[in-house]
Design a protein around this ligand. Structure first.
Ligand code: TPP
Ligand code: MG
Length: 658
């Protein structure tokens, strides 16, 4: 380690600590402890280019320990990214590009939104999987056009998360050898020593999951860290975790203690730190030595790597023009449905479950869209969702069907990582009730404006015999109330087809689609245009309607039957299908007023799930606000009040009370 490394590391330490001190908020412990790790990675290994932050073959780095954001922003500043010293001074302030935790799409150079511990590592697994797939697809014997590493920095807390164990287990199984996790191992976490909560042997644990384990005893030794990363890059079978022993809050008066984890240092403590490090550069200034060092070792090195790759790409274009064209389509996300020949379609009146429709359509879509990849959490025969081209794995890296195993949480986070990489779009699937297991990853996708796709089956209590543990109730409300998340609950094969097609068209939010387990009739009144607006009129009575019934999913056709019966009794009721509240709420006021005019004073909403979200549109709701009960399907509708007769009676009661 030369004196320049020391100067750089100390700059990162003091800069980070002073950003946090100025904000009077943040986490100095990891900044002081892990600065040498990331300095080594950035200056000696990471290939990134601040002038082209989207360079397709750049190495990916994810700060899984998102609380170390001050360190990341300082590094990106030194590495030439568009983060100014003013931005660093505005750390955690209103409207800044240096928010509390790293936010993808908000700060240049940030590859993933992190902060919820564990998610970063799982997304890194997805990034590495995407790289592995794309390299298998596009590389030639004489050409490695897709060839980069995926790195993540994690702390003790990340490794305690279940999602990490799921993700690491799968990464080990898949042999994602270009995935390298740098573990900031300081034996301390927010609440005290790690030993208060953990006593297992990390090495044994990760080796059992098929990982290579490396250890660096002195986390201040840049050369040792460098060597370990170099060794990890040579791995030809396994992903690597490098446990690097560090001291939390290195250089602070309370270093080595949990009190330095998340409390800003005082001015006095900063003075102590500066003295300890023998650091004299004024606050928020960078010495020319450090600037030059980063210029040469990150900015210029990265620029050169990018330029070299651009040259390679031109060669590739010459040698393999066909593949080059496809590669460009992948890189620029220029893959669209061009024709609908052979798309599964269904006659009105046919009875088919929407899960079957979903599965069949996805099979067809996989043929049309070579960039989609995904699978299910050990449930593909039930959800009917699987990817194409065989099972993805070491012997078939071109398989697009990912066997996630029963690892829902990691499945969703990995799907986010795949989509984040670019070039591919990830989807995944499971039973809707178990969406609880993966909600945090859907939430992150929504925050990141990432179009990951979550396809669930078994959308209601009609699951039947499996009972309350398998019967979703509140899950619809959960996703409908998650910002920037589109939940579709289609009523029949046509609505399902529409929802699926729409889900592949958008690029700015995740889509959740729920399908029925039971067969449903294909209806004559459903259509694509209506689904694209989220809510639309599906039944209009002869006389001017003064009432409305709003519904979706398997209940819609019952509501239309009720409205027909009421019409015969000269009671005029409109029926509105509402497969997506998210899309309906985005429609112009005039459209919403046209579908659900204010004059329709009395409105009944009907859905086999919590009543809560429907009060936005209706004053009376026939829902289910209790857990389900185990029983065969044939008894369910009657038991919960979802037969034509019972809905009719409910409606009649509603207008009697008017
Ligand atoms: C899912 C989740 N749970 C809790 C937290 C709050 N939190 C942030 S950092 C942290 C401690 C993590 O310990 P470690 O990874 O060892 O970080 P260090 O204290 O060493 O910086 C906790 C509990 C979080 N960010 N995410
Ligand atoms: Mg720790």
């Amino acid at each position: 380690m030369n004196s320049n490394d020391i100067k750089c590391v100390n700059t990162l330490r003091v800069l980070g600590a002073e950003m946090i001190q100025k904000a009077n908020s943040g986490h100095p412990g990891i900044v002081l402890g892990a600065a040498p790790i990331l300095h080594t990675l950035f200056t000696r290994h990471l290939n990134i280019n601040c002038q082209d932050t989207e360079w397709f073959n750049r190495d990916r780095f994810v700060l899984s320990a998102g609380h170390g954001s001050a360190l990341l922003y300082s590094l990106l500043h030194l590495s030439g990214f568009a983060i100014t010293m003013e931005d660093l001074k505005n750390f955690r302030q209103k409207g800044s590009i240096t928010p509390g935790h790293p936010e993808y799409g908000h700060t240049p150079g940030v590859e993933a939104t992190t902060g919820p511990l564990g998610q970063g590592i799982a997304m890194a697994v997805g990034l590495a999987l995407a790289e592995n797939y794309l390299s298998a697809k596009f590389n030639k014997n004489d050409f490695s056009i897709i060839d980069h590493y995926t790195y993540a920095l994690c702390g003790d807390g990340d490794l305690q998360e279940g999602v990490v164990m799921e993700a690491m287990s799968l990464a080990g199984h898949l042999g994602l050898k270009k995935l390298i996790i740098l573990y900031d191992s300081n034996d301390v976490q927010l609440d005290g020593e790690v030993s208060l909560a953990n006593s297992e042997d990390i090495q044994t644990k990760v080796e059992a999951m098929g990982w290579q384990y490396l250890r660096v005893e002195d986390g201040n030794n840049v050369d040792d860290i460098d060597k370990a990363i170099g060794f990890a890059k040579e791995s030809n079978l396994k992903p690597t975790i490098i446990e690097i022993k560090t001291i939390i809050g290195y250089g602070a008066p309370n270093s080595g203690e949990s009190s330095i984890h998340g409390k800003p240092m005082s001015k006095e403590d900063i003075a102590y730190l500066r003295k300890f490090l023998n650091y004299t550069i004024p606050e928020f200034e960078i010495s020319d030595t450090v600037k030059d060092f980063y210029d040469k070792n990150v900015i210029q090195r990265g620029y050169a790597a990018n330029s070299f790759w651009n040259g390679q790409l031109m060669q590739y274009a010459k040698s393999y023009p066909q593949d080059y064209k496809v590669l460009c389509d992948f890189m620029y996300n220029d893959i669209h449905l061009k024709n609908f020949d052979g798309m599964p379609s269904y006659e009105v009146g046919t009875k088919i479950s929407t899960r079957k429709v979903m599965g069949k359509l996805l099979d067809w879509l996989s043929g049309q869209l070579p960039n989609i990849i995904g699978g299910s959490a050990d449930l593909s025969p039930s959800t009917m969702v699987k990817g194409a081209d065989g099972i993805y794995g070491q012997s078939n890296p071109l398989g697009r069907n990912i066997k996630f195993g029963v690892r829902e949480h990691a499945m969703a986070a990995i799907t986010n990582g795949i989509t984040l990489h670019g070039g591919l779009r990830g989807f995944c699937s499971g039973f809707f009730v178990f969406s609880d297991y993966l909600k945090p990853a859907v939430r992150l996708a929504a925050i990141m404006k990432l179009p990951s796709l979550f396809f669930f089956s078994h959308d209601s209590v009609c699951v039947g015999e499996d009972g309350p543990t398998h019967q979703p109730i509140e899950q619809l409300t959960m996703f409908r109330s998650t910002p920037n998340t589109n939940l579709f609950r289609p009523a029949d094969a046509k609505e399902m087809t529409s929802a699926m097609l729409l889900s592949f068209q958008n690029n700015t939010y995740p889509t959740v689609i729920v399908s029925s387990r039971q067969d449903l009739p294909v209806l004559d009144y459903t259509n694509f245009d209506g689904v694209s607006k989220g809510g639309y009129i599906v039944f209009e009575p002869y006389g001017t309607p003064s009432y409305a019934i709003i519904s979706c999913g398997s209940e819609l056709n019952l509501c239309v039957e009720v409205a027909k019966r009421l019409e015969k009794e000269k009671c005029y009721v409109r029926v509105v299908s509402m497969p997506s509240m998210f899309l309906f709420d985005q429609q112009p006021k005039e459209y919403k007023e046209q579908v659900l005019p204010k004059r329709m004073r009395k409105r009944l909403a009907v859905e086999m799930g919590s009543s809560m979200p429907w009060y936005k549109y209706a004053d009376t709701v026939l829902g289910i606000d209790d857990f389900g009960k185990s029983m065969p399907l044939k008894y369910i509708a009657d038991y919960y009040g979802f037969t034509i007769e019972q809905i009719y009676q409910k409606f009649r009661r509603m207008i009697r009370e008017d």
